[in-house]
Design a protein around this ligand. Sequence first.
Ligand code: C5P
Length: 232
Amino acid sequence: MGKDVIVACDFSSKEEVFAFLDKFSEEKPFVKIGMELFYSAGPDIVREIKKRGHKIFLDLKLHDIPNTVMKSMKVLSNLDVDMTNLHAAGTAAMMEAAIKGLTREDGTRPILIAVTQLTSTSEERMRDELLIDAPIDRVVIHYAMNAQKAGLDGVVCSPLEAKKVHEICGNSFVTVTPGVRFADGEVGDQVRVMTPAQAKEIGSDYIVVGRPITQADDPVAAYRRCVAEFVG
Ligand code: C5P
């Protein structure tokens, strides 16, 4: 898998995203579109950003019955995204249905990755509210193994988990890691962070970087710094 920096375009309007992307005259960054932008701007935003030549990770984290997920994935595949995701908690049947829906007639399909446990879910809440007794790191690895068995390409995880995921699932199983900050930058609300260089060292395949680029005084320079540190 090619290493790349994915820019989280967490904006709530089409105008804001385009004002941001217009700053890039030479590069075409890989862009992450999340629920906020997708729900406010609709599927056209995907088509328009794609038309501008960007790769797209559509981060909608699907979780529903297998038939609904299969049909929804078919729609996303027709939108020609490059990567999308779902919750591994939806079980193997749902993940297999997702692959079926995503696969185009010519056999190609976007990269499909799974969310294991959200980083906002603590071990305590998992035990008390979800009645899952196992330690959270075991749950993350177990869900990654389930995703791999179902035929998915990888998982979203913290950079700190990426190494373990590769050890257990192999190096070709993709790790997509948010929570990236420059050594001299603000951490904001992220708790466990890594620099792009550290994420590279630990073996992340893709880093997802939002505010350190979108809120920088010079977003293009911040993006280039990220690429230089992570891809080299
Ligand atoms: O601005 P920042 O670099 O923190 O953005 C990180 C992006 O990655 C956001 O879009 C956030 O929703 C997403 N993300 C995350 N942690 C996760 C999963 C997704 O920060 N565990």
